[in-house]
Design a protein around this ligand. Sequence first.
Ligand SMILES: Cc1cc2nc3c(=O)[nH]c(=O)nc-3n(C[C@H](O)[C@H](O)[C@H](O)COP(=O)(O)OP(=O)(O)OC[C@H]3O[C@@H](n4cnc5c(N)ncnc54)[C@H](O)[C@@H]3O)c2cc1C
Length: 472
Amino acid sequence: MIQNLLVLGAGSAGLISAISLKKKIPQLNVRVVRSKSIGVIGVGEATTPNFPRHLFEYLGIPRKRFYEIARPTWKLGIKFLWGERGSFDYTFNLQLDTKWSDLRHPTGFYCDEDFNNVSLPGALMNQNKAFPRQENGAPDIHEWHAFHIENKLFVSVLEQVAREYGIEFTDGDLESVEKGPGGIAAIHLKDGQRLEADFFIDASGFRSELMGKALEEPFISFNKSLFCDRAVVGGWDRAPGEAILPYTVAETMDAGWCWRIDHEKVIHRGYVYCSQAISDDAAAEEFLRKNPKNTEELRIVKFRSGCYQRQWVDNVVVLGNSGGFVEPLESTGLMMLCSHTQTLVDFLLHTNLNPTDSMRDLYNDLTVNGWKDVRDFLAIHYKFNGKLDTPFWKQTRAECDVSGVAELIKFYQENGPTGFCRYRLPNTQTDFGLEGFLIMFVGNKVPYKNRYTPTPQEAQIWQQRKAGFVQE
Ligand SMILES: Cc1cc2nc3c(=O)[nH]c(=O)nc-3n(C[C@H](O)[C@H](O)[C@H](O)COP(=O)(O)OP(=O)(O)OC[C@H]3O[C@@H](n4cnc5c(N)ncnc54)[C@H](O)[C@@H]3O)c2cc1C
């Protein structure tokens, strides 16, 4: 029976998993080990709606306290400067996996030429507004609101919460790992401490000290679908009066794309690029040319896309960047972390802290398939982005592997943006669901055969409904 849990790493992954496990299974003794000299990654700032749900509903962290310390800004979705249209909005409510009762076909069939203001969040995004108002003037916050949050501020809130939950912290650098019959028996720190536990969470970031280095679990690369492997990151202080954009921007660049994330006092941008297509210097030059306001010293972050073949081996579970990573085109890092943490908690509770082999196998199937689903979803962003004709984009459109969703693409190309597409989705589904795929197909104007021309009456209903969202 698991009694003592050791979490290696105190970034978002280590702290969220430690707090979640302690909150839901209070009898566990939880210790977090972290290296002050290595620190945290310092990026990872855009979230999806499962993140506030995890913090406020699942963990019960008071909203007010979180807002005061972490100073998040609202995020309604992602503005893609992408595809043939040049721009479209992906919000966190359902825009396209819908059908209005007074229109003959699902919504996507009416968006060929005009894909703006299709829902209330879409209309808000279009006007750079973060929320509707309640009758008393207070912000009306919905389940489709997510956050932008500065990584270091976020980690500091989590650390405070973790201490209040009785989680112990040990500062030190990992020196070596001692194996035992059930997997890892203890870790040794450089200062000579030996720390035993029954169960380990590897949340050591890209170093993947336990799963990658100690257990040598094979890594599944996603490099046939996702070609980018670096980001150049910068930003500037918000000028007085400069609006806070309530969404993440994903802007097509010559050899990748660039995020824009608006915080209260600072705006961060990061150009995710393919190092085989552009040099670091050329990427930095393009970044600066397109972001003349940049004042931050640029830094380059290297990464590889993929995940470990198993996310739970013996008595070690890997979470956060340590276990898998894809570029933040859909802000999936924290989303996957919250989702996998909840699954782990459920499995440990269900087995009364005596996890069975079959439960572990199921965890591995679910989490690894989840990573592959995200890979496939991101791959179609690349496959169908016709905005630029640079060598990188030509090659990406031609070679990007989308075989994981080939059936879905074929079905869409024959039948258009219908809800029946859901039956051609991969088996396991991420939070994006059919909605995410429809947004990418319609947003990028992926051609389909079964087109529909709305009647004049339908066209009028369509325009009136959209105008209603704008007014609301
Ligand atoms: C360019 C980029 C952009 C990103 N953008 C987003 C985004 O917009 N949204 C999103 O959700 N995610 C994003 N991510 C992913 C994001 O980084 C993660 O979601 C999140 O921050 C989790 O980080 P982590 O805790 O796994 O790793 P880290 O923050 O790196 O933490 C690792 C921890 O392990 C400790 N550690 C490491 N090695 C040792 C050792 N040998 N001994 C002791 N301690 C050790 C470190 O000190 C640290 O405490 C992005 C990632 C990158 C690279």
